[in-house]
Design a protein around this ligand. Sequence first.
Ligand code: GDP
Ligand code: MN
Length: 385
Amino acid sequence: MNIHEYQAKEILNSYDIPIPRGHVALTSDQVERASKMMGGRCVVKAQIYAGGRGKAGGVRLVDYPEQAQEYAKEIFSRPLVTSQTGPAGLKVRRILVEEAVEIAREFYLSITLDRENSCYVLIASAEGGMDIEQVALKCPQKIHTLPIDPLTGLRPYQARKIALELGLTGSVCEDCVELLMNLYRASQEKDCTLIEINPLVVTKAGWLMAMDAKITFDDNAVYRHREYPDMMDYSQLDPLEITAGKYDLSYIKLTGSIGCLVNGAGLAMATLDVLKECGGDPANFLDVGGGATREKVAEAFRIILQDKDVKGIFVNIFGGIMRCDVIANGIIEAAGEVHCSLPIVVRMDGSEVELGKGLLRESGLNVQVGDNLGDAASRIVKMLG
Ligand code: GDP
Ligand code: MN
């Protein structure tokens, strides 16, 4: 689960990590007023669930309140497209107005889950800011990584080593050690899979400050934090993902033309691989989980049909807990209801498979039943030509 920069900064601030003074505004008039309160000169920042805003015009330095209002109107008027949003961009509903800070140096800092080594890892670079991706590609030696032992946590001597590697000395170095310890504490207590400050700056006046912040919470830990669901900004999510969430279905949007209905994440991955191998291109995948009912399958089917990129549907289900005839009835119900004329290929196996296949063949839908996964995948690819 993602949150906005201003929310991430509030969390950092509650862990004694300095942030710029700021206000969140919902209209361009509010932006103007906030700018006035800051004395005119300020930074306006579009709040979206993606980075790369600086290079896309979503972060702008402002000299006087009218200019803040003018920029805010522009930012609110259309979706913001950045290198991380995809071509459709993301709607901007909130703008963070912050005091303009004189920056001397910019660093990169994050704590994230290293899934390969099953531990948190601290990542730091003295070459922070908007080009961190380029640094990672071209000069990976400039990025320091430190695996954190889950039993001992981050130790102050380790934090000091990182601060020194960033080239900090004296009191700023000590401030950085404290900041790193606090950042680690926040990552653990708030169940973050990512907590990132880019850039962390040293101001011209010599203070450390988090100029940007990104936090991703672990979805599996949301139940431990009552306040998290209310922090969500639904305007940033794909409407189909929201609907899927309501029915406890996992829907992931992709870029191709084949809608995929599967049960189980592992089977979903295998399905996408086999489709790709046959030259197909998935538009999405929808995982109905293990014990889905007929209603749930029907709802999943409706969601896939609402995806305008879908030109054909591939159903790959193993009927273990779920019976194949139940799945077949779900498909028939949903496809009939929305008058689906798109080609459908079904590969199913497991309990009551013959009954399920029979129901599909007699349904009158534009449906083919594959003999096995490979056969079914090549059929849907051929049907879409
Ligand atoms: P991102 O591009 O989405 O990561 O957005 P950031 O919040 O990181 O902003 C992009 C860049 O704008 C930063 O790397 C800074 O260089 C600059 N920036 C952000 N806030 C300020 C500020 O208050 N003063 C100045 N001078 N620059 C800022
Ligand atoms: Mn940034």
